[in-house]
Design a binder for this molecule. Sequence first.
Ligand code: GAL
Length: 646
Amino acid sequence: MVTSLPSIPPTFALGVCDYPEHVPWEQWRHYPDRQRELSITYVRIAEFAWSRMEPREGEFDWTWLDDAVQVLADADRLIVMCTPTATPPAWLIRKHPEILPIGKDGNVRNFGSRKHYDHASPIYREHSRRITKAVAVRYGQHPAVAGWQTDNEWGCHSTTRSYGGASQTAFRSWLERRYGTLEALNVAWGNVFWSQEYTDWGQIDPPNHTVAEPNPSHVLDFARFASDMVNEFQAEQVAILRELSPGRWITHNYMMQFMEFDHYANCEGLDFASWDSYPLGQVERAPLPDTEKLRWARTGHPDLISWNHDVYRGLKGRRAFWVMEQGVGQVNWAASNCLPAAGAVALWTAQAYAHGASCVSYFRWRAATIAQELMHSALLRHDETLDRGGEEVGGLELPGRVNADVPARVALLHDYESQWVYDVQPHSQDASYVRQAMLFYGVLRSLGVDVDIRHPDHDLSEYDVIVAPALQLMGEKRARHLARYAGTCRLVFGPRTAYRTPTGRVHEDGQPGPLRGLVGHRLLNFDGMRPGLTVRAGGHVVESWAESYEPVGADVLMTYDDGPLAGQAAVTRHGNALSVGAWSETLLESVLTRVLTEAGVAVMPLPEGVRVSRNGRAEVWMNFNQEPATLPDGSTIGPVSYQIRG
Ligand code: GAL
């Protein structure tokens, strides 16, 4: 069941991000009434407003924020209040320049935008706690404050990792705590290779500025460390908010495509996850060929968007989530910033509802008339007239609909550590963790299947099919955990499964190490193909990656037809465990159709650009094409639109 949250009604609501500090008061004070006219319930404020809250150290000015909170409360709007730590003010940085982060290039990342801090900095931690406490004391018990957002988008502008200063010192202590002795660390990382062995903790630096590629185990542990720093930073704020703002929920607005910290661990102390959805900017930045970017330039890519909905629904089990920032037009940060097609904002909102969001909050109320984001869209234009996206929001019939369970019977396994280590050594220029995971996810969605995205170590007993596209890290414990499901459920493993131990080495008995008993094969060879080079397996074209297996108990379902792996197994099956070694959409379609059908999960091949998702008994049909499409029942759906049945 989607767990409903304390103090959030189980109905779908709308929200908006607004910035009272950006607008003259005489103008701003009318906004909450206009927001009510658009059925907007929640208003998020103050995530970047530190310099207005505390213009000089210890001198607080709450008058403007008190007034804004009061006007919102008078208009019956509910407030999402934020900790403003994404933007340490100039006076603080001038006093403590050591707060600033160090980029991978070794340069200090300076004041003048946002997110200019190192999460490991003890001085910044102290100020973060201090300002969090001050905001929480002031507003934590205000009846209009419904909940909190911590900071803004962990990892934004590649800020999870700082390659020096406070992080450098903290990394050494973190390693000492993890390994206890340098001997253990040297073994875990395989430091005898190229004489990388350390004899003192002080010799260990972050993995940048090396002559050749750094040791992948070193990179993996640095990624883990940096992720832990973000999580600790947040946990300190959460502890303060829990104490000073009882009964309110706490969330964080994760950003699509920021993968440098472990969101599962980060979300542990929160009540629910939120994420920021900018479908057009997302397409521009996605690892997609140009033809695909063109195709989805005005609608966003349906599966890239819903991947995020499904990730955030799954972070804490199956739980309602929010879209905290939903783009309503063009962004300002992509290489090109297109306008969306008519209908796209309404379609994105319906898609969020269909995947279990309990609130979609738009970014932002009025277009900024100042600074970095003055070319970014909003619900209102600069002149305060309703813009195209605002008109679509005004026409929605979604607010108030019951938000029920997404009845997924298929889990797709996703973990950040496997991604970090995969992407250190992709081994084929087109391969990446995201592309491989999206290949499996896209095929499932194109077959009309609802998918829960879950961590491999979660309890997975409620599923009939478990798909693990790129589960690269495998220890004994994880292997035992997965084997538990083989009696009751079908498992599908993708290429590079169990390539490495949890510290990033290869298992001494080769791949797939402790998973061999479950999959019933051993890895023979892998082929990281250059763009344009293909082989065939079972008649299907394979690109980028092909690996072959020798059965040790498994049956061979498909072999390679040609190329260096000709005659060797590309797909094996051992009881309920199926392994696919080749990157091929059509091959996957045929394998997954068979597995799903055997498991009794209904398969319904959909036309390109058409998707269906279920929320309780409601079926939401969505057409991301800019032309009408025919649905499997023969009816027609208009361009860039949705239909809700039930
Ligand atoms: C988000 C960010 C917002 C705003 C927006 C513009 O990533 O959280 O503050 O910058 O991008 O698209």
